[in-house]
Design a protein around this ligand. Structure first.
Ligand SMILES: [Zn+2]
Length: 341
């Protein structure tokens, strides 16, 4: 594939701390030679692993963007062994517009990998990550939330990559976030995901779903910021001893998985969704987790969305208005990931 048109104003090989931008050329009616400017910071000292830390893959997911902005202001090279490459906001037009999809090209950035150097801005950035930044990194961290559409029980999560050192490193890194739940998830909505591309390049990929909906609580911000720092300490890139749930006086993290399509529940009709079960609560098989009401037919009984199997409600619908086919619930099941084939 041809070289990327993206131009970086930082030198990835240089020691010390740098702020700069990725210039992503694009064109619009009032800017024939315009660039998207994505802030990037590189902090390098000595030899050690490289972590590429990113958020704002989906624009309307802010806790990770804030956590990375804080980190890049507060860290200096003395805190680091190896290299940190920090990109707070991957899809800037979407983050400014508070949308999941980029308003520039209508794309879901997290479905554009491995990208293309000749496509739309999302394709071009995905290609730059796949061909320039992932090869520089040992660890790839992509901080998500449920955005405006889904509310998650805050959790670090991962794909079940093939058994071996990569999976072991991902399990340990995921647990280092110290969330109450860790989550093995499946791709039920398409291909072209950032973590899949990074996994296929053999990277230790660590991702999250830190809450969701438009209201971000102080607790979720704190969990995101503390989790990120602890993961970087666990990896040996940030100075200091990582804390564990045990040293924090917490019980072990609860590993759950939702790998079957049936674990994800979709609205059978459009209407107004009522969550019937609090996030993180256990449900029985056949138990209603939500009810869809019909504004124009108050005489009509609501339709219940039920759990297909017993498990824990790990994610729910955030906005009350639902359209037919929206994902409104995810039911996950307890698992010991170290016993999986
Ligand atoms: Zn996301």
């Amino acid at each position: 594939m041809s070289a990327s048109p993206v131009r970086a104003t930082v030198d990835f090989g240089k020691q010390g701390k740098q702020y700069g931008h990725l210039y992503v050329p694009y064109s619009y009616n009032l800017g024939g030679w315009a660039n998207l400017m994505l802030p990037i910071s590189v902090i390098g000292r000595g030899t050690g692993p490289t972590a590429l830390v990113m958020a704002g893959n989906h624009g309307d997911e802010y806790p990770g963007q804030i956590a990375i902005m804080r980190l890049l202001r507060e860290l200096n090279p003395d805190h680091v062994t190896g290299r940190l490459i920090l990109i707070p906001t991957l899809t800037m037009p979407a983050a400014k517009a508070a949308t999941r999809l980029s308003p520039l090209d209508g794309k879901n950035f997290n479905r554009t990998f491995p990208g293309s150097p000749t496509g739309t801005p999302c394709d071009v950035v995905a290609h730059y990550l796949s061909t320039v930044l992932f090869p520089l990194a040992d660890i790839v961290i992509d901080i998500h939330t449920g955005g405006r559409s889904v509310d998650f029980e805050p959790c670090a999560h991962m794909h079940l990559v093939p058994k071996g050192p990569q999976r072991d490193a991902m399990l340990a890194g995921t647990e280092a976030w110290n969330t109450d739940f860790c989550f093995l998830y499946a791709d039920i909505a398409g291909t072209g995901l950032l973590p899949v591309e990074a996994e296929s390049q053999g990277k230790t990929v660590i991702t999250t779903e830190m809450g969701g909906s438009e209201n971000v609580t102080a607790l979720v911000h704190a969990e995101t910021q503390m989790g990120l720092r602890n993961v970087l300490k666990h990896l040996g890139i940030l100075a200091g001893k990582p804390v564990t749930r045990e040293t924090l006086g917490l019980g072990p993290t609860r590993w759950v998985q939702a790998l079957a399509w049936e674990d994800y529940r979709f609205a059978p009709e459009s209407g107004v969704y009522e969550n019937l079960v609090p996030l993180g609560e256990d449900v029985d098989a056949g138990q209603p987790v939500g009810a869809i009401h019909f504004l124009e037919r108050p005489d009509r009984d609501p339709i219940h969305v039920v759990a297909n199997t017993a498990g824990v409600l790990i994610a729910t619908r955030a906005p009350s208005i639902v359209a037919q086919g929206d994902c409104v619930a995810c039911i996950a099941h307890d698992v010991d990931p170290r016993k999986l084939p």
